[in-house]
Design a protein around this ligand. Structure first.
Ligand code: HEM
Length: 519
């Protein structure tokens, strides 16, 4: 009897697969005849080009562009996709056709981990996204609000220096991933939630461990390429339990955010309305009116924004800083030039301040070079087209997923020479003017994107990156661990929503300022 049911189910499944294949073939035939799609690699039935992607899809996509041209069409399961590493096409997508391409795909991760795409970063284009983004730009990331946290950021920079100094006294290697993640996370959580999670005065070891654990799981799940997004049938099986994991993390993260909101509401109840100067982001959000004339924002909206800020602000700056430390330690010539500049602008008798950062032109070139070689978002956050359109005469169907390959852009041999050489000088303007850490008119690097979806936190991101690097190179000399030669420092990456170094970077720090400066 059991075998009968088994055979019957195999038979029915075969009919189902045959039916799906025939629908797919009909669709494919229609696509090929009706559309003049951009060129791309040959595709397999059902899976399309999915099997041609490995562990580092940004490198696979770049090699497709090398072979088929600057705009490549891919079929990823049931999803139309395009990719490019070309400045002109990127400008066309992000600026000239911004209205068409400024949406986001509704991925399974975005549904589970961004409150049903009810946040800013993963929300489709529409009035809700516009309203939520305006709240970020007009209430949280204003110059005035960011200035009100200058003192907190200076404390965190001093804490970073002190932690590294303490490790240097033991002669042990510094795990830069750990100290830089703590620096970014503390800066963000102090602004956002009014508390630190690492170091003295932090939220406490248990809460911190819990917080770190769930944010890491969240980052990992947001970065995963989940096959269920491309082959819906995969979701029925979910063989690796990825979607189950998303639901678990969704619940735990939500509990965490709920606790934060409750704590803030309680404080307001006890202490009354908080002065503007003492408000963290959650206080600000609790004080704002809701959408469509509602008295307050919903808890879900507040939670979605908290989550976005943590995810968007911490990993991006920490990953960039770790890459910079690895590349500069690998190139002692660059470290000496950074230190020469710091000694001349700041001197040896005080710490770097935020007001110094605009004068550190060579360090700014270093950060640009890091963004060229190791952009924090190798595909930005994938965009999606809202309607059918044309690029360079090719048809782009509605709902096409757009992979703007910023890693490929920085290593595009048509626009850069010696692409694998870390050479910050290439960014120094001939007239000595201030080096801008953004894309500029030529779109040759794209660290913060452009157009409607460009990063609203770029000024804060640049400050966090420059400040950490300026302090670490001003206060310490850096050398590789275990007798490793400088040039042997490993710079392989792993793919994710952000793209970290494959192995955490560890190095030996040697203090270069007087002892009293570190306390
Ligand atoms: C070095 C630091 C940072 C880098 C490299 C970075 C980079 C990016 C990139 C590449 C995007 C995607 C743009 C697109 O899809 O076209 C983005 C989006 C975003 N970033 Fe940043 N970012 C950084 C720091 C921050 C900070 C500090 C915040 C806020 C506190 C922030 C908030 C956001 C938000 C909310 C979005 C989504 C925008 C939207 O979809 O409308 N980022 N960022």
């Amino acid at each position: 009897m059991a075998e009968f049911f088994f055979l019957a189910s195999v038979f029915l499944s075969s009919i189902l697969v045959a039916k799906i294949t025939s629908i797919w073939l009909t669709r494919k035939f229609k696509l090929r005849t009706n559309y003049n799609l951009p060129p791309g690699p040959p595709r397999w039935p059902i899976v399309g080009n999915l099997l041609q992607l490995g562990q580092l899809p940004h490198r696979d996509f770049a090699s497709f562009c090398e072979k088929y041209g600057p705009l490549v069409y891919l079929r990823l399961g049931t999803v139309d996709a395009i990719t490019t590493n070309d400045p002109d096409i990127i400008r066309e997508i992000l600026l000239r056709q911004d209205d068409v391409f400024a949406s986001r795909p509704r991925t399974v991760a975005a549904i589970h981990l961004a409150y049903g795409c009810g946040d800013v970063a993963l929300a489709p284009l529409g009035p809700k996204w516009k309203w939520m983004r305006r709240i970020c730009v007009e209430n949280l990331l204003t110059t005035k609000r960011l200035e009100s946290f200058t003192k907190h950021r200076a404390d965190e920079a001093q804490q970073l220096v002190h932690d590294v100094w303490a490790l240097a006294q033991t002669g042990k290697a510094v795990n830069l991933r750990e100290v830089l993640s703590a620096f970014s996370m503390n800066n963000v959580t102090r602004m956002l939630l009014g508390k630190q999670y690492f170091g003295t005065g932090s939220a406490g070891p248990e809460e911190a461990a819990d917080f770190i654990h769930i944010t890491h799981e969240l980052f990992w799940l947001l970065g995963v390429i989940y096959l269920g997004d491309y082959l819906p049938i995969w979701r029925l099986v979910d063989p690796y339990g990825c979607e189950k994991k998303m639901r678990e993390v969704e619940k735990r993260v939500d509990n965490f955010h709920m606790r934060i909101i409750e704590e803030h509401k309680m404080r307001i109840q006890i202490e009354g309305q908080i002065d503007d100067g003492d408000m963290d982001f959650v206080d600000v959000l609790l004080s704002l009116p809701g959408e469509n004339g509602k008295q307050h924002m919903d808890d879900v909206e507040i939670k979605a924004l908290i989550q976005d800020m943590i995810a968007a602000a911490t990993d991006t700056s920490a990953v960039t800083n770790e890459w910079a430390m690895a590349e500069v330690t690998k190139h002692p010539r660059v470290m000496h030039k950074i230190q020469e500049e710091l000694d001349s602008v700041v001197g040896l008798n005080r710490m770097v301040l935020e007001s110094d950062l605009s004068q550190l032109n060579y360090l700014r070139c270093v950060v640009r070079e890091v963004f060229r070689m190791h952009p924090a978002g190798p595909f930005l956050i994938p965009h999606e087209s809202t309607r059918a359109t044309k690029i360079n005469g090719y048809d782009i169907p509605a709902k096409t997923r757009v992979f703007i390959n910023t890693h490929g852009l920085g290593r595009n041999t048509e626009i850069w020479d010696n692409i694998n050489e870390f050479r910050p000088e290439r960014h120094m303007p001939a007239d000595g003017s201030r080096v801008e850490i953004s894309h500029g008119a030529d779109f040759k690097i794209l660290p913060f994107s452009a157009g409607k979806r460009k990063c609203p936190g770029a000024p804060l991101g640049v400050t966090l990156v420059l400040m950490a690097l300026a302090r670490l190179f001003h206060c310490f000399d850096w050398s590789p661990t275990d007798g490793l030669k400088h040039e042997d420092i490993d710079t392989r990456e792993v793919y994710g929503m952000t793209m970290p170094k494959a192995e955490p970077f560890k190095a030996i720090a040697k203090p270069r300022l007087a002892d009293h400066m570190y306390h």
